[in-house]
Design a protein around this ligand. Sequence first.
Ligand code: SF4
Length: 237
Amino acid sequence: MSGAEEVLHWGFSEFGSRFAVVTSFQKEGMVLVDMAAQLASPVRVVTLDTGRLPAETLGMMETVEQRYGLAVERVKPDTGEVSRMVDAHGLDLFRKEVVLRKLCCQVRKVRPLDRILAGLEAYAVGLRRGQAESREGVEQKALVEGKWKLSPLAYWTAADVEEYTRKHNVPVHPLYAKGYTSIGCWPCTRAVTSEEGERAGRWWWEVAGDKECGLHLTPEGKMVRELDVLLAELVNA
Ligand code: SF4
């Protein structure tokens, strides 16, 4: 059993149905789904259906269900939060300011993920150290806010992923054939050139990044992040 399989096996044996593979059906996630399906049954596969996914990703959910005989758990954002956000800032708010992009990701991804994680003790994701500078420190097992976050492929290279995919005939997301190297919501993802990094096609218009401090004062004088203020307006409405 490879190191990656051992980590997955640990997740299943320790936590059973309170362990799931969380994936957006990119190549790494599909390797995990395939490995998991060989190791255990039933396998819980969870995905975030943000409401802005490309049709190809929705198609991958059906492909996975047919190939592996499982029901993908589609986790959706809270409809009230989404509609208040869109009313306040517009459907494509992520193009206006970095903080609004983060707000959209909070409402459509982070908060729904938190809700599903509340029912899990451990979950596996397809992060690799080589994907981006920000992922260089990814560990195969990390205890994050009381949950085990497993990254079985942390030490895999892109070539390892390709080899496994070929060898096991793992279904591949169709957008890779159109030049995508990282796939998320359709308005925030584009194809990349061979000179660009793997994640260059995500939020490519953001040049200011996190340079703004984004802090505000509450009426009591407490410092809060601009994102927290915007989120509180939606959640507490
Ligand atoms: S990737 Fe874009 S559309 Fe998707 S949640 Fe984040 S900002 Fe919103």
